[in-house]
Design a protein around this ligand. Structure first.
Ligand code: BG6
Length: 610
């Protein structure tokens, strides 16, 4: 996620901005930059790549004089990581510089309007329109210009602004994206999170949505959208830097589990308007689609599991045969693929070597490739014919959580769009599923607030010493159980195995003995009775069963030992909700076992070598 720092005071701004950006590196970024007002002129230095490159370009910030400035670490959402796309962005008259976190959803229409008024754009980002829009709406009063800008912007934003016309003032606006004002002695700060300013001050004020902050070295004023002064009460943060980077969570993994409502919203919101699904620039040409005889979905690790979940949804609604491949197997299998196969490549990092190799192989044999990726302009994103970004924001923990659930939702969107195009889904069912998808973020939010988390902690307490744990399910629940097993294995080092519940009698049942733990996923109404008998079979051999069921199936408790429930949702999209429960179960078991959760032994966030 992008990071923002702003400084106004009596010290040189450059070094303070650089240092603040270094404290924001943990958020993940691909470029950075600073802007300082130096003798009534705004100087900007920015660089693609790590902060060391910026540091070198501006000699640690010493190159720039001036005591007012803004800095930014960019996580690309629109436009490749590059010097020109890095922030800060300038107005055309170079009298304003801005840094922006978030996504301006109406940036294309604003860009077109501003271009028609003669404004020239240098980059491809959504953020640049903010700088030009401020200039366009400015008539000598910055507060009224910023109020007008807020009226025009749609989407989410936290923006830091400096103006050569007001060299002794720092401004900020925000909506749906955090921004705090740090209160120092004879100096003040703005930051996207406490980390960037915490070593200078522990006293902050939160800027609320659609408010404007007007900050000098010795004063802070806040205005609402109507230009009315708003009184703010400062508060103190007792975190240390490390805690601040995790936003108060003990681990990045837990923070990212709790970020899933926002991440899912970012995946869904820009793609669903009313009953229409728009997959960015991806148009499924009806002719090409009718020529597609099969779909191959390829990935590694959790990305592979997301593909298996996607497969059951896409096959069901598009009536096209779907194959799942592990990338490492696919590349040596002399795959049967070509123009009649659509290849969907899944990767959070977009850099996994096996997955990139699989994409290139499919492409070389004439298959059209569609990548579902989180990191913008990553190798896989650039190599694919089409790309659908998950917009989950950077994922720091090695074991993916929001990366995985946003991949599933992206596959649901692809499946629905294709099914509608092919006419293999009724309008009624299509609308039901769209409604179900749009409700997912709130349902995940509810799950994370509810007592279910307390129950999961209790179960983790009970079972953290087990040597082996089984996960079973049928249909899409089986697909979801694969990821549940991997999550537990990855971070708690307990051997965990997922199997299709119908396979119980063909092998696994020989391993069930007293107290063997099995998590049984029971969200599919039509498979309820089958799962009931599988659970009874496990229990008859002395096994312990935690049923993970939808509220409608909570009667399954009668034949299980323990129960976890997910909110009511459409059976076809339940893996997003069951994933959250299984992530939390793995997290609390690993916590109890004292494991290094964010960086599990021997694992890497992205395996960029084959
Ligand atoms: C592993 C990660 O190294 O790579 C997993 O630990 C991930 O979380 C897998 O699912 C694939 O990575 P990516 O970036 O291609 O999704």
């Amino acid at each position: 996620m992008c990071g923002i720092i702003g400084y106004i005071g009596n010290k040189k701004a450059g070094p303070i901005l650089l240092d603040g950006l270094k404290k924001l590196e943990y958020r993940g970024y691909d470029s950075s930059g600073i802007a300082v007002i130096d003798g009534g002129v705004i100087s900007v230095i920015k660089s693609v790549g790590m902060i060391e490159a910026l540091d070198e370009k501006c000699s640690g910030g010493e190159l720039l004089n001036g005591t007012v400035g803004i800095g930014h670490t960019r996580w690309a959402t629109h436009g490749a990581p590059s010097d020109v796309n890095s922030h800060p962005h300038l107005s055309s008259d170079k009298r304003f510089a801005i840094v922006h976190n978030g996504i301006i959803e109406n940036f294309e229409s604003l860009r077109t309007e501003l271009k028609s008024l003669g404004y020239k754009f240098v980059g491809e980002t959504d953020s640049e329109v903010i700088a030009k829009l401020i200039q366009h709406l400015y008539n000598g009063n910055i507060i009224s210009a910023l109020r007008a800008v807020i009226d025009r912007l749609e989407g989410s934003y936290a923006v830091g602004i400096i103006s050569a016309d007001k060299p002794d003032t720092l401004y900020a606006i925000r909506k749906d994206n955090p921004l705090v004002v740090g209160l120092g002695n004879g100096e003040n700060f703005i930051a996207s999170d406490y980390t960037a300013a915490l070593e200078h001050t522990k006293r902050f004020v939160l800027l609320d949505d659609k408010e404007i902050a007007e900050i000098t070295a010795t004063s802070t004023k806040f205005y609402d959208i109507n230009g009315k002064l708003v009184k703010k009460t400062p508060y103190t943060i007792e975190w240390n830097i490390e805690e601040a980077q995790k936003g108060g969570y003990n681990h990045f993994m837990l923070k990212e589990i709790y970020e899933q409502p926002k991440a899912l919203t970012r995946t869904l919101r820009p793609r669903i308007s009313g009953d229409e699904i728009k997959l960015d620039k991806i148009e499924f040409d009806a002719e090409h689609l009718s020529s597609v005889e099969r779909i191959d979905i390829i990935g590694c690790g959790s990305a592979y599991h997301a593909g298996i979940v996607g497969r059951s949804f896409i096959e069901k609604h598009c009536r096209i045969p779907v194959n799942n491949f592990l990338a490492s197997e696919y590349i040596y299998s002399d795959p049967i693929t070509g123009p009649k196969t659509l290849t969907i490549i899944i990767s959070q990092s977009g850099e996994t070597a096996d997955t990139l190799a699989a994409l290139k192989l499919a492409h070389s044999r004439g298959s059209k490739t569609l990548a579902v990726v989180n990191v913008v302009q990553s190798a896989i994103a650039r190599a694919a014919d089409d790309v659908l970004y998950t917009h989950a924001g950077p994922e720091i923990a090695v074991a993916t959580t929001k990366g995985y659930t946003t991949q599933i939702v992206a596959l649901y969107l692809i499946g629905l769009k294709m099914a509608l195009k092919k006419g293999t889904i009724t309008t009624k069912r299509y609308k039901e599923l769209i409604r179900g998808l749009t409700k997912l973020p709130d349902k995940v939010e509810d799950m994370l607030l509810e007592t279910e988390v307390e129950k999961i902690k209790e179960y983790a307490e009970k079972f953290y010493n087990h040597k082996c744990v089984f996960f079973m399910g049928r249909g899409t629940d089986y697909a979801a159980s694969l990821e549940g097993a991997l999550k537990l294995k990855e971070i708690s080092y307990i051997h965990a195995e997922a199997y299709a519940a119908g396979e119980l009698k063909h092998g696994t049942i020989s391993l069930i003995e007293d107290d063997t733990l099995t998590l049984a996923l029971v969200t599919q109404e039509k498979l309820y009775h089958k799962m009931e008998s599988n659970i009874k079979a496990v229990k008859a051999r002395g096994g312990t069963v935690i049923a993970l069921a939808s509220r409608a199936n909570s009667k399954i408790k009668s034949c299980s030992d323990l129960l976890l429930t997910i909110p009511e949702c459409d059976d076809d999209i339940s893996p997003v909700l069951t994933a959250v429960q299984l992530q939390l179960f793995a997290y609390y078991v690993a916590l109890k076992r004292g494991c290094e959760i964010d960086k599990p032994r021997n694992l890497a966030k992205s395996v960029t070598v084959e």
